[in-house]
Design a protein around this ligand. Structure first.
Ligand code: CTP
Length: 400
């Protein structure tokens, strides 16, 4: 997949910089052409000579050194690259790019390129969790920069937590999947539910949940791109359905229930992003309800829990739920995963900036039935869709 791909590897100054030599070596073994840019601080950790030997090409380090070639370096590398991968990417690098600062060869090249840029963060866990860093990551993710990692574990500084640079082998795999435009859902049917449901009180009033539908539409679009037949059962939204999906519009939870049950037996995967109304008004008034003095009480009755019912019925299908929580996010999500007999659940803390309904980014945790938990740092909903589908593909088995 990476044969002859033109990849610029950017290296920032962090202890993980030593792993970048392995990354460059692995990319070259896959047949990629690699050029390396190192920041001044990166050269404190690993020498340009090492990277030059491994990449087989002069390492670019300085904006102002006498040009070896006639092109202006940051422009020529920016144009040459099909992919840029910045590994390790420090908090400083992320902050500079997020703020539009281009004060060295690496940041200038990133700013000038139209290629796909993959940022692989590596830093102390407190730095990574710092709200400024998180805000910068969110803002870059919104602008289309891809983030890979960080992994969790013990860090060079002695701390435990998120901040480790992803292993070079994993970065190469990720780059391969980007380059391949994977078709790992061919011959699979994926049912996605999205958006809110609406429960009418009278001809002009209804109760609903906050949901833009963006997460579900992103998943539907990503699954279709990866070769799946996609059925998108959607409540009312204001967004365009992605190409090549079969849109099944619904309004109420009961309509959603009927459509989902109809398609379920022939599905391989169900991903329920929909914000389903748990209740509906007990009585629907055919006439508009007129106001009167004093309080007005609406009696509500339960709607079916669609996902829980699928959990009871499933025969080999992979079931993925979403849990929008404001407290005890992981515990509540784990509880839902177990009670509804799910394979995976995505837990979103709706109180956090960059997670939730209307935006283009999301963050949270991906929990599996074996007790595994993967942090999903702030990223575009499109990227999150692919991460969820990667996990689903693993569950579907090797032939997926
Ligand atoms: N869900 C569903 N049918 C419902 C309610 C929820 O299929 N009637 C699905 C959602 O699509 C989501 C998951 O269940 O994938 C979790 O939804 P959520 O509303 O967070 O959970 P509830 O089980 O309704 O729990 P609670 O409202 O107590 O948080």
């Amino acid at each position: 997949m990476l044969q002859d791909k033109r990849i610029v590897v950017g290296i920032c100054g962090g202890i993980a910089a030593y792993k970048s030599a392995d990354l460059v070596s692995r990319l070259r073994k896959k047949g990629a052409q690699v050029r390396v840019i190192m920041t001044a601080n990166a050269q404190e950790f690993i020498t340009p000579l090492t990277l030059r030997s491994i990449s087989g090409y002069k390492v670019a380090t300085d904006m102002f050194s006498c040009p070896q070639e006639w092109e202006i370096q940051h422009i020529s590398l920016a144009q040459w690259a099909e992919y840029m991968v910045i590994a390790p990417a420090t908090a400083n690098f992320i902050g500079k790019v997020a703020s539009g600062i281009a004060d060295d060869l690496l940041t200038t090249t990133v700013m000038a390129t139209k290629s796909t840029v993959v940022i692989v963060p590596a830093m102390n866990t407190n730095m990574y969790n710092n709200p400024i860093v998180q805000r910068n990551i969110q803002s870059l993710a919104r602008d289309g920069y891809l983030f890979f990692g960080p992994a969790s574990g013990s860090l060079a500084c002695g701390d435990e937590g998120a901040g480790r640079m992803e292993e070079p082998s994993a970065i190469v795999e990720y780059m391969e999947s980007l380059a391949a435009g994977k078709k790992d859902f061919e011959n699979r049917t994926v049912l996605v539910t999205a958006g809110p449901t609406r429960e009418a009180l009278d001809p002009v009033r209804f109760l609903t949940n906050a949901s833009s539908g963006k997460m579900g539409y992103s998943i539907a679009g990503a699954a279709a791109k990866r070769g799946a037949r996609v059925i998108l059962v959607s409540g009312p939204t204001n967004i365009e359905p992605p190409p090549s999906v079969e849109l099944v519009p619904v309004v109420t939870a009961r309509e959603m229930y009927e459509k989902v049950m109809h398609y379920f037996p022939n599905c391989d995967v169900v991903i329920k992003t929909a914000a389903v109304s748990d209740y509906r008004p007990a009585v629907y008034s055919g006439e508009k309800i007129k106001k009167t003095e004093g309080r007005f009480t609406i009696e509500m009755v339960r709607n079916p829990d669609i996902l829980a019912e699928l959990g009871g019925k499933k025969k080999g299908q992979v079931l993925v739920g979403f849990a929008a929580e404001s407290t005890n996010v992981i515990d509540y999500a784990r509880d839902k995963l177990r009670k509804k007999n799910l394979d995976l659940i995505v837990a979103n803390d709706i109180t956090r900036e960059g997670a939730g309904f209307a935006g283009d980014t999301n963050q949270g945790y991906l929990l599996d039935a074996k007790g595994g938990i993967q942090q999903l740092p702030a990223m575009t909903k499109a990227r999150m869709a692919d991460i969820i589908l990667d996990r689903v593909a693993l569950l579907l088995g090797k032939d997926s």
